[in-house]
Design a protein around this ligand. Structure first.
Ligand code: FE2
Length: 507
């Protein structure tokens, strides 16, 4: 099939991520009506869990507010930390059944020494605009079939722009993974509309974890699960599309993140496979996915210059959301690619843990840990080693993307009675040595990013929900003295809903 034909196929299908059949089915309608008796909102409101504030819905946008600052934020972190996450978790008394369903709210933390200000704004997606106007959920979401919901007419008709952000040429892109990126004004957080890279790519899936090479080139992908297609994008540093194409992938699984090396794109593919028959029978998009450990975890490696040159290797079955980084080296045994990622034994976290928090229940899944896989492109063999650190939200020095790195900043410290993590850590993936700072028993850690500072060790910057005080706190640490605690902290006058990813842009 011609490349253009494949592209057209993917786009005309609505570029559905996750989406397969567009026609409503009788079973779906039955389920949707049954959902009319759903009491998740009442369960959430009745729950006594003190951390549930992290999953509450802000009534509206949050105007610019000044934080209370202790210490002084270093010059290198003067700038803006953008963050995003699901925030609109309920509407008209109906609550979503999955953390990933909520309408995205984008945040900016404007940092200047001892002055920190915060603003939050819902992304004005077509879905949010229509539903707020109607006062109820109108279309189905990733993990929820709201009462009376219509099936989506396209991927962007259910785009909630709630996973990550990409600063690009002065603008901010709010990223989902099933459809288009959404353009955001970086100064006002106003929603400017969907990003169309090229007319024939309108509505194509554009995933939430693009990778930026040290030279500024941006690589990304999109998954057409029901079509068994993987879309690839190469974007020039000035923000224009260089290339896009789709490649067919058998048993196309849920792929949330990937990695780049100097010469390759690296996809780790957990055996969480979309089953269109389940969708047709009335399942949510999430429940149309099936855990098939017998497939193992495939590593798909694609030559950056020639997307027809592909290698598939096999690792033991496991699940991941996030990759830290990958790098490659030439050896007498062939080209070796080293990739570190956050591995779980299964996908319980997506099916259960991140679902039950929506009614304020803590259900522990398979604990995620750092792992390092080595892919030998010469022999086609892949090996893997665990790094004994509980982890999520891995981030590295942005100057080392695709290059040899050692330090990964990540959340750590799983607690039996609380969702998420209690500490931030910096781990050497070659030695396993790690230092951490624990925020204590009343805190849930969000993603922390590494901020470079010339030739100096740099800084770690991130937010935490202090549910004891019902406030969100931004902290900055010296990267080489993480265990010593923050050098500066900014406490907002309110708590934000727990978010997903962010990006720092220097002033
Ligand atoms: Fe993510």
């Amino acid at each position: 099939m011609e490349r253009r034909e494949l592209l057209r196929l993917l786009a005309s299908a609505g570029a559905l991520p996750l989406l397969a059949p567009l026609a409503p089915s009788a079973a779906l309608a039955t389920l949707a009506h049954a959902a009319g008796t759903d009491d998740w909102q009442a369960q959430f409101e009745a729950a006594s869990a003190p951390w549930k504030i992290g999953f509450a819905t802000p009534a509206g946008d949050l105007p610019l507010a000044r934080a209370t600052v202790r210490g002084r934020f270093p010059d290198a972190v003067a700038g803006t930390l953008f963050r995003i996450g699901p925030a609109g978790h309920d509407l008209g008394g109906e609550r979503y059944h999955h953390w990933f369903d909520g309408d995205g709210m984008v945040h900016r933390f404007v940092i200047d020494g001892a002055d920190v200000r915060h603003q939050g704004r819902y992304v004005a997606t077509p879905k949010r605009m229509a539903e707020v106007k109607a006062g109820r959920h109108l279309v189905e979401a990733f993990g929820t079939l709201p009462a009376g919901a219509e099936p989506p007419t396209s991927a962007d008709s259910i785009n909630v722009a709630n996973i990550s952000v990409l600063p690009l040429q002065g603008e901010l892109l709010a990223l989902w993974e099933g459809g288009s990126a959404t353009r955001i004004d970086a100064h006002t957080l106003e929603t400017l509309g969907v990003k169309t890279w090229r007319a024939d790519l309108a509505g194509m899936p554009f995933s939430a974890h693009p990778k930026v090479d040290p030279d500024g080139a941006v690589w990304n992908f999109g998954v057409g699960a029901s079509q068994g297609l993987l879309a690839l994008y190469e974007i020039a540093p000035e923000g224009t599309l260089r290339r896009a194409a789709v490649v067919p992938v058998a048993d196309m699984p849920m792929v949330h993140d990937f990695a780049v090396t100097e010469r390759h794109l690296v996809f780790l593919m957990p055996p969480l496979v979309y089953d269109g028959k389940r969708k047709e029978a009335g399942a949510s998009f999430l429940d149309a996915y099936v855990w098939r450990p017998e497939l193992g975890m495939r590593a798909l490696v694609i030559d950056k210059k020639d997307w027809a040159r592909r290698y598939t290797l096999e690792l033991p079955a496991g699940f991941l959301f996030h990759v830290g980084n990958a790098w490659e080296e030439e050896t007498p045994r062939g080209t070796l690619i080293h990739v570190d990622y956050v591995r779980s034994d299964n996908a319980d976290s997506v099916f259960t843990t991140n679902r039950e928090v929506m009614r304020a229940r803590r259900v522990r899944g398979a604990d995620p840990h750092l792992a390092v896989a080595t892919l030998n492109l010469g022999t086609g063999r892949a090996t893997q080693a665990a790094v004994a650190q509980e982890a999520e939200f891995p981030r590295i020095d942005p100057r080392r993307v695709g290059l040899r790195h050692r330090q990964v900043v990540h959340a750590t410290q799983i607690r039996p009675d609380l969702p998420g993590f209690g500490a931030v850590a910096r781990t050497d993936v070659e030695t396993g040595r790690s230092q951490r700072f624990s925020y204590g028993t009343q805190a849930i850690v969000e993603e922390h990013v590494f901020v470079p500072d010339g030739a100096k060790p740099g800084w770690v910057l991130g937010t935490v929900l202090d549910f004891g005080r019902q406030k969100t706190v931004l902290s900055c640490f010296a990267a080489d003295h993480l265990g010593a605690g923050p050098v500066a902290q900014a406490t907002l006058p309110y708590a934000l809903p727990l978010g997903l990813h962010g990006a720092f842009v220097p002033a």
